[in-house]
Write a protein that binds this ligand. Structure first.
Ligand SMILES: Nc1ncnc2c1ncn2[C@@H]1O[C@H](COP(=O)(O)OP(=O)(O)OP(=O)(O)O)[C@@H](O)[C@H]1O
Ligand SMILES: [Mg+2]
Length: 325
């Protein structure tokens, strides 16, 4: 399968492409010694989009978000946030962020720490409101070093929503959260999106991307491998799986030449295929004069689509294996 980057329109959210972009990466490169973490990256986010950044470990997700937040600087290319530098956008309070790593201050209470974030934000919310929304009002008097991993994540989330930012950037926000915390978290994020905020989040939970994002961007070795709505990504990977058994003689060459195929596996009498147009493929099977038995046509989940796309691009090996150009 050939993965493409041409499905670039935003998904079904409230996003508009008429307004000036929220984020613009133009030919951005970032290399750490021999590792090309971000490679010739072009990326535009529009107001009101909720965008999921997917990719295997080492794909460059955190590096991309760090560049967007001005925590790292590109070796070449340009990063703009609301038409200015990332630093300017942050100083103006337009960006709220939740990072994947970085330790929190340990010896203060949750309320003190979140209160500080609210005070420092140019458009800060009242601390009680932020604590409530992050689900940490009950543990507000606890010192930060006594928190569980999931509770720490919620404090990080409180940081990201401490003020009325127009863009919220989240790096693997729900890692370590239990199921109900994740549901509460995404409920809160949907509310932020309804208020017109742009949300960009990196995740390994593909069901989150499927359920929450208008637009899914698959990164691989620092490049955009696929960009579109979750339905478009699935279609790109071969939207349908077809399987059947054949009783008579099996002409492998003819099967491999069927229309719309993106993959085929033949094992004994069983044929399993992926197709971008199941109707055309199945029709052609009958056209070969074959009588498929136990015919099944099923949809491809985002997870399988993701694996198909990254496999086609050379598997999920980290960027380290690609030499620097
Ligand atoms: N400070 C650094 N020094 C050297 N290499 C780095 C540094 N930060 C990131 N890298 C490398 O850059 C590549 C991209 O890393 P990045 O953290 O952006 O990936 P990621 O997509 O966020 O991965 P994960 O899903 O594991 O969080 C990796 O190969 C990583 O080892
Ligand atoms: Mg990361």
């Amino acid at each position: 399968m050939t993965a493409t980057t041409d499905v670039s329109a935003p998904g079904a959210g409230a996003a508009t492409t008429d307004s000036p972009p929220v984020v613009r990466f133009a030919q951005v490169n970032k290399t750490y010694r021999s590792v090309r973490a971000v490679a010739d990256l072009d990326l535009t986010l529009y107001p009101g989009e909720t965008v999921a950044l997917l990719g295997p470990n080492g794909a460059g997700k955190s590096s991309t978000l760090d560049l967007l937040l001005g925590l790292r600087h590109p070796d070449s290319g340009r990063v703009e946030v609301f038409g200015t530098s990332p630093r300017q956008a942050i100083v103006r309070g337009r960006v709220g962020a939740m990072l994947q790593s970085g330790s929190l201050m340990r010896d203060v209470t949750v309320r003190e720490l979140v209160g500080l974030a609210c005070e420092l934000h140019p458009k800060g919310h009242p601390v009680d409101e932020v604590l409530e929304r992050a689900g940490i009002a009950e543990i507000a008097s606890r010192t930060v070093n006594k928190l569980s991993g999931g509770q720490e994540q919620r404090v990080r989330f409180a940081f990201a929503t401490a003020g009325a930012s127009d863009l919220i950037v989240l790096d693997e926000p729900t890692t370590g959260m239990d199921v109900s915390s994740r549901q509460t978290f995404w409920g809160g994020m949907r509310e932020q999106a309804r208020q017109g905020r742009t949300i960009l989040f990196a995740t390994h939970y593909l069901e989150e991307a499927d359920a929450v994002a208008d637009r899914v961007i698959v990164l691989h070795r620092g490049r955009v491998l696929a960009d579109g709505s979750s339905a478009e990504i699935k279609a790109m990977a071969g939207a349908r799986r077809i399987s059947f058994q054949l009783d008579g003689p099996l002409d492998e060459t003819a099967l491999r030449a069927l229309p719309a195929l993106t993959g085929i596996e033949i094992s004994g009498r069983t044929v399993r295929m992926r197709s971008t147009d199941a109707d055309a493929t199945v029709h052609a099977v009958y056209g070969l004069g074959l009588y498929p038995q136990g015919l099944e046509v099923t949809g491809l989940g985002l997870e399988q689509a993701f694996l198909a796309i990254t496999d086609a691009a050379g598997g999920t090996a980290p960027a380290d294996e690609e030499p620097t150009r």
